[in-house]
Each structure stands twice: as structure tokens, then as C-alpha cells.
Design a binder for this molecule. Structure first.
Ligand SMILES: [Zn+2]
Length: 435
């Protein structure tokens, strides 16, 4: 069986951008036929039609499979919120051929057993690729360092205590040194919990108005600055998760200019909405770090535009109504993001913040580079491919989501552009081509 994807705009950042046909066979890209201006018929298009499927991709964008480097799949332990299966379906519908899942499950992924369980389950499902991120410390409690060698052997692609910061700087230093020696990236959830204290949303006018305790932006940027200092000290790379405030963007920009090995991601909600969403969406706009101010939102967009922020990741954090339909202060942190990420990110292109190529970089090429994974549309490469219809206008309806959870502030939004096909290793795992 071979699949031809014909007439789409292929974007492989740094390598190719243009109209082309792409031929997939036995899980690999076997041929790319560039379209000249006088598109003469390609003789290869006539071969073995009976064993071929031809997908008309005219008007569509064909990209390397998108990679979400920051999701929470909730299995093992909280399968009422999300399972590896529902999370993988959600990812496929969102155009992602691969996700990296954070370790704050129960039990925590701080052992060979849990890492191997996640990988085995994902393999059995045969949907999208799942790359486990294992814990830095046992139980993500910040007390005892995990055995990174064992975790890497089991298949972990990075380490993080995400959900919790590593508050102890000495422990973070040791983690960065150990991870560097194992060629693993440390992904840092930057939050000074002594400063964030019992805050529930961004500290500012909206929190004051609503009477909720606030979390200052400095609770994030202090830890970003600390981790930059530790990276400088240890010569170990560090990746900053879910950047939300202007001060963090500035710190990362300055560190990069000084040659420090720091990379960063942000999530679509931080460049799309602000603290005011809490007024309209309540707990469905509660996450950690919290939604910030308009000035922060602009700084995040500037950081994406100038390359300070390398990646867009969703921080997909499913919670059931049980954890969300409660008082704001006691509601769980997090929103789901896999099925709206591409559409929200395409708004950056429509608004001139990023070119399409830069967007594909931030959603595939750069996450792959940061974590040592594969990405690219080249002959011989594994056929992980995403098709996006940039013109499709639709209304977000969380009832139709593949995720088991519904905690999104974007319900009812009218958006333009979304994934219409996701291919993993030559297999189509999601398709909604409207043809
Ligand atoms: Zn986090």
C-alpha cells in the first residue's frame, strides 16, 4: 500500500517550501516531486494505482508530523480525566504525530516500570508516538534524585518534575549535571512556591476585583533566572516550560544572547487570552502558571517572533468536572489544548506574528531538535506527516473532542484553519478531509 499526497504546499523548515507531491510507502517517504510552474504530468502518478491511495492536498499545508512536547495523559492513576488512548486520539485529531507526556501521574513516572508501561501501552494502541518524560525527583517531591540512567534506558526522553518546581537549587544543580551526563534535557516548571503561596490567578487588577489571591509574575521569572544561572554554572542545557510572563521572556532572550544553552516553550493560551478570561470562564481559565496581563501576552508573541521562545506546546491538562466545578480557589489547575492548538497558533500567522514556516518550526522541528527526536519531510524519513487546511472555518465544540475532559476556555470560539489528516509511520491515524 502506498499513499500519494498530491498538490499540497510542503513546508519542511530549512529544507523545502513549495508545491509538491509526496509518496509514502512502507512507512517511509519514498519520493517528493516538486511542482514546476508548468505542471507537466508526473509519470510516477500513473503507477500501481490499484495499490495506491491518492489524497488531494491542493489548498492544504503538508508539514512534518507535529510534536507536542508537553502534555499530561493522566494514565496511570487518573483515567477518568484522560487515558493514554484518549490522549493519543486527542493528539491525532489535533494534528500531532507525537506527544511527550509529563510524569505527574499516580504513581509518578519516576521508575523504569512506569516509563515502560506508558511506552508499551502506546505501542499497543498504535496511534501517535508517545515519548515519556520521567521525573527529576522521586515522587516529584524534590527530595531524592531519580536514577536517570535507568529512566533513559527505559525510554524517557527528558526529565521534569512538572506540576511542581524543583525548589531546592542544590538539587536542581545536581539534576542538571546528572541529566547533562546522560544527554537528557531538564524541563523546568518555573515557580517559586513561596512567592506564589496560595495564589489562584495572576496578581493584578482582575484578581483584586474578583477577590482572589494573586500569583505575581516574578514567581515564575525568579526561577527562570535561577535556572539560567545554574545552566551557566553547570554548562548543562535547560528547557523552560510554559513561559507566561514578560520578565521570563526578557531573561531568556538575554541568556541566549550570552550563549547560554536555554530553550523555551509557551502554550497557545498565553499568547491568545489574558487574566480577564477568568471573569468569563471561571475555573476553565485556571492554570499554572496563570493567564497573565495584555502586556505579558504581547511579550510572549514578541518572544515567539524573535526566536526567544523556541516551541509551542499545549500543556494539555485534562480535568473532569468534579475537579473544575468547585470554588475557584480549590479547582484543579490546567486546561486541555491538543485539539485547539493548531487553530489558535494559526492566528499568529494570520496576525503576522509568525510565518507559516516559523510556526511549523515551533510545533515540530524545534521540539524535535530540543529532545533529539525526528522531524522532516525528506526522502528516506519516516512518514510522520500532518495536513492542515488553513481556510477551514469552524466553531470549537468540546462535546466533539476526543479527550475525555472538557476543561477548555475556547468552547464556542470561531477559528480558522485546522488539521485534517495525521499520519504516523505511514499510517493515517486521523482524517477529516471534507472531500
Ligand atoms: Zn508545569
Amino acid at each position: 500500500m502506498q499513499i500519494r499526497i498530491n498538490g499540497g504546499r510542503l513546508i519542511d523548515p530549512g529544507h523545502f517550501d513549495g508545491l509538491a507531491d509526496i509518496l509514502v510507502k512502507d512507512g517511509k517517504i519514498v519520493k517528493i516531486v516538486e511542482k514546476g510552474d508548468d505542471s507537466t504530468p508526473d509519470p510516477a502518478s500513473n503507477i500501481q494505482l490499484s495499490e495506491s491511495r491518492i489524497i488531494d492536498a491542493s489548498g492544504k499545508i503538508v508539514t512534518p508530523g507535529l510534536i507536542d512536547m508537553h502534555v499530561h495523559l493522566r494514565e496511570p492513576g487518573d483515567e477518568h480525566k484522560e487515558t493514554i488512548e484518549s490522549g493519543c486520539r486527542s493528539a491525532a485529531w489535533g494534528g500531532f504525530s507525537a506527544v511527550c507526556c509529563m510524569p505527574n501521574t499516580s504513581p509518578v513516572n519516576d521508575s523504569r516500570q512506569v516509563t515502560e508501561y506508558i511506552r508499551a501501552r502506546a505501542e499497543q494502541l498504535n496511534l501517535v508516538r508517545v515519548f515519556p518524560v520521567a521525573a527529576i525527583s522521586k515522587g516529584i517531591e524534590g527530595k531524592t534524585l531519580c536514577d536517570f540512567e535507568e529512566l533513559k534506558q527505559a525510554g524517557a526522553v527528558a526529565v521534569s518534575d512538572d506540576g511542581n518546581p524543583v525548589m531546592n537549587s542544590r538539587m536542581m544543580r545536581r539534576a542538571m549535571e546528572a541529566a547533562r551526563d546522560m544527554d537528557l534535557k531538564v524541563i523546568s516548571h518555573c515557580e517559586d512556591i513561596s512567592l506564589a503561596a496560595d495564589g489562584a490567578m495572576h496578581e493584578g487588577a482582575v484578581a483584586k476585583n474578583l477577590g482572589y489571591p494573586g500569583i505575581p509574575g516574578a514567581s515564575e521569572s525568579i526561577m527562570v533566572l535561577r535556572d539560567i544561572a545554574l545552566s551557566e554554572l553547570t554548562r548543562a542545557p535547560v528547557h523552560i516550560a510554559h513561559v507566561s510572563v514578560a520578565e521570563s521572556v526578557r531573561a531568556i532572550r538575554d541568556a541566549k544572547a550570552r550563549g547560554i544553552s536555554v530553550t523555551a516553550e509557551t502554550a497557545p493560551h498565553y499568547f491568545t487570552i489574558t487574566e480577564t478570561a477568568v471573569k468569563e470562564c471561571g475555573t476553565r481559565a485556571k492554570m499554572s502558571p496563570p493567564l497573565r496581563t495584555e502586556a505579558d501576552r504581547k511579550a510572549i508573541r514578541q518572544g515567539l517572533a524573535d526566536g526567544t521562545i523556541d516551541a509551542i506546546a499545549t500543556d494539555h491538562a485534562p480535568h473532569s468536572n468534579k475537579e473544575k466545578d468547585v470554588a475557584f480557589g480549590s479547582a484543579a489547575n490546567g486546561i486541555i489544548g491538543l485539539e485547539t492548538a493548531v487553530s489558535l497558533s494559526l492566528q499568529l500567522v494570520a496576525e503576522g506574528v509568525l510565518s507559516l514556516t516559523r510556526l511549523v518550526e515551533k510545533m515540530s522541528t524545534n521540539p524535535a531538535r530540543i529532545l533529539g527526536l525526528g522531524s522532516g519531510l525528506r526522502v528516506g524519513h519516516t512518514a510522520d506527516i500532518t495536513l492542515i487546511d488553513p481556510d477551514l472555518v469552524y466553531t470549537v465544540n468540546s462535546d466533539n473532542f476526543q479527550s475525555l475532559s472538557r476543561n477548555t476556555p475556547f468552547d464556542g470560539w470561531q477559528l480558522k484553519g485546522r488539521p485534517v489528516l495525521t499520519m504516523v509511520g505511514g499510517r493515517i491515524v486521523f482524517e477529516d478531509l471534507h472531500t
